[in-house]
Design a protein around this ligand. Structure first.
Ligand SMILES: Cc1ncc(COP(=O)(O)O)c(C=O)c1O
Length: 366
């Protein structure tokens, strides 16, 4: 008999706890179903479709101007290059696990020869003290809110204010990796513009909590955006038509920007269910956005069959993968979206009762 894998049982489950649903072609079709076919395409960064969305995002983020990019990777490397050029100094600082450091094949260093200073230990967020400890001159600091690779943790808003003030006083440009900015607003109890006011430049994504196809917006003052557009052209980011990304970004933004509080509450509840299970804990213990990581204090090979069995027996999808941390621990990431509220309560209780029972059965004597 063919053994079912974790991935298969997740794929075949009737309900999934995380996300908005499959990233298939329906996502694009749904966004376009009520769009007039005579609407004109944007053209190399010009035209109403792109300009109106950029204006809307600039206003939302409280910045003078904004520019739409195909990816956050492109937008952020460019942002840091601009701040380095302005100061005549190719050095920036950020967290050791920021996206730009670990997921971009060293684009910043290879393409721009920008040196980096890594702030804070890997397992915690950047605090004011880390910034005060920087000895060498730097052009910019990038803060990622929330810090994804450690479960989506956040510094306090007061810390952000203090770091912002320090940067202003010392001529350091503060850039926000706000890939998940909307997702942290319910925790901070602030508007996007209130958070962005602490930063000189800001990037947000449209395919994470918003759930669009792809795409990003970079926002800042007029001069910064003027330079961003030149770099976007140099990078090949000025696709002749970006409207499939823009219109879908706008559609899902309108659907979901106001649902972030709901996802945040769901994340807190779901983390509570995991934490009540034997040998399982979430990072952070209480989520501060719609995301968190689920940690198992056992080897991946031992946990995988348990999750597979639970998914197969209950028809509830918890995860499609497990990441090995070391030989005695593993984890997976959860980002809450539209699907959570579709799961019947009794099934939710059932799945965690079963998970807890299996974890106890296999591991309580170890
Ligand atoms: C925190 C963070 N920053 C930047 C990016 C880059 O976004 P993109 O995939 O649009 O290049 C990501 C993508 O996962 C991210 O999680």
């Amino acid at each position: 008999m063919v053994q079912n894998t974790l991935k298969d049982t997740f794929k075949n489950s009737n309900y999934k706890l995380a996300g908005h649903g499959e990233r298939n072609i329906h996502v694009l079709k749904e966004a376009f179903k009520s769009i007039d076919g005579d609407l004109e395409s944007d053209n190399y960064g010009e035209g109403a479709v792109i300009q109106e969305f950029e204006e809307k995002m600039a206003a939302t983020l409280g910045k003078e101007e904004a520019v739409f990019f195909p990816s956050g990777t492109m937008a952020q490397q460019i942002a840091l290059r601009i701040w380095c050029d302005e100061k005549g100094l190719r050095k920036v600082a950020y967290h050791p696990l920021s996206h730009i450091e670990i997921h971009e094949e060293d684009g910043l260093k290879e393409l721009h020869k920008i040196e980096t200073v890594l702030l804070a230990e890997k397992n915690r967020v950047i605090e004011l003290e880390d910034v005060l400890r920087i000895e060498e001159p730097i052009a910019s600091i990038l803060l990622e809110l929330p810090q994804r690779e450690i479960g989506g943790q956040l510094p306090s808003f007061e810390t952000l204010e203090q770091i912002s003030k320090h940067c202003q006083e010392h001529g350091i440009k503060l850039h926000l990796d706000g890939a998940r900015l909307l997702e942290v607003l319910p925790y901070y109890q602030k508007s996007a513009a209130e958070v962005c006011a602490l930063f000189d430049s800001v990037y947000i994504s449209f395919y994470k909590g918003v759930g669009g196809i792809a795409g990003a917006v970079l926002a800042g003052d007029k001069e910064f955006i003027k330079h961003s557009k030149v770099w976007k052209r140099r990078y090949g980011g000025d696709l002749i038509s970006l409207y499939p990304y823009i219109l879908s970004a706008d559609y899902y933004y309108r659907q979901r920007a106001d649902k972030m509080e709901l996802y945040y509450e769901a994340a807190k509840e779901l983390a509570g269910f995991y934490n009540a299970c034997h040998g399982i804990s979430t990072l952070p213990l209480e989520p501060v956005s719609n995301m968190f990581h689920v940690h198992f204090h056992q080897a991946k090979e031992l946990v995988e069959p348990i999750l597979t069995e639970v998914q197969q027996q209950t028809g509830i999808g918890l995860t499609s993968y497990l990441k090995e941390i070391d030989e005695n621990s593993c984890s997976f990431e959860v980002s809450l979206g539209d699907l959570y509220e579709t799961v019947p309560r009794e099934l939710l209780e059932k799945v965690f009762k079963q998970l807890d029972a299996l974890m106890k059965q296999r591991f309580s004597s170890i």
